[in-house]
Design a protein around this ligand. Structure first.
Ligand SMILES: Cc1cc2nc3c(=O)[nH]c(=O)nc-3n(C[C@H](O)[C@H](O)[C@H](O)COP(=O)(O)O)c2cc1C
Length: 153
């Protein structure tokens, strides 16, 4: 039996965390991959690329992407379009050189699938050409891990 507390934390009768989580990301240059791996480690699942469709229902999907010429890659769109399981909510995360995040590029697609997008999201700078050298750095990865732990607590 599963109880749902107001803050969306799921507890078994035994008090164990019982939330189904998944992490998917798309990363051309490795920046978003670093954040995906920090988030996945923090919540105890494996970070997988968007080439791996969701195989089962999840309560929270951490979905990572980066903008390329003011949009996300078609692989991200294909992944969202191909979701055929129940997703409680998506928590967006992204790295970018200039825009705040990729949320606006994915939320319309997710709305079409009737998948809610959490208000909370994680975004940080990602190195691009001469900009933001070394980002995401260790502090970014730690912030991402703390963010993810906060989401599931
Ligand atoms: C071809 C290309 C286009 C980009 N366009 C944008 C953009 O429109 N807005 C932005 O903020 N960053 C842009 N960037 C920067 C990337 O979003 C940023 O470097 C990001 O961290 C890359 O993530 P990745 O290494 O996971 O692919 C662009 C980068 C590339 C290579």
């Amino acid at each position: 039996m599963r109880l749902m507390k107001p803050n969306s934390r799921y507890l078994n009768i035994g008090g164990e965390l019982d939330m189904k989580l998944a992490v998917r990301y798309y990363s051309r240059g490795g920046n978003t991959k670093k954040i995906a791996e920090a988030i996945a480690k923090a919540v105890g699942v494996e970070a997988k690329t968007v080439s791996e469709p969701l195989a089962e229902d999840v309560d929270i999907l951490f979905l990572g992407s980066a903008p390329y010429a003011f949009d996300v890659d078609d692989e991200v769109k294909k992944f969202i379009g191909g979701i055929h399981v129940s997703v409680g909510k998506v928590v967006n995360f992204s790295t970018s050189a200039a825009v705040k995040s990729t949320r606006k590029y994915v939320e319309t697609l997710l709305a079409e699938k009737k998948i809610p997008v959490a208000q909370e999201e994680f975004s940080c700078r990602g190195a691009f050409a001469m900009l933001h050298k070394g980002r995401p750095n260790e502090a970014d990865q730690k912030a991402a891990a703390d963010f993810a732990r906060g989401i599931i607590s």
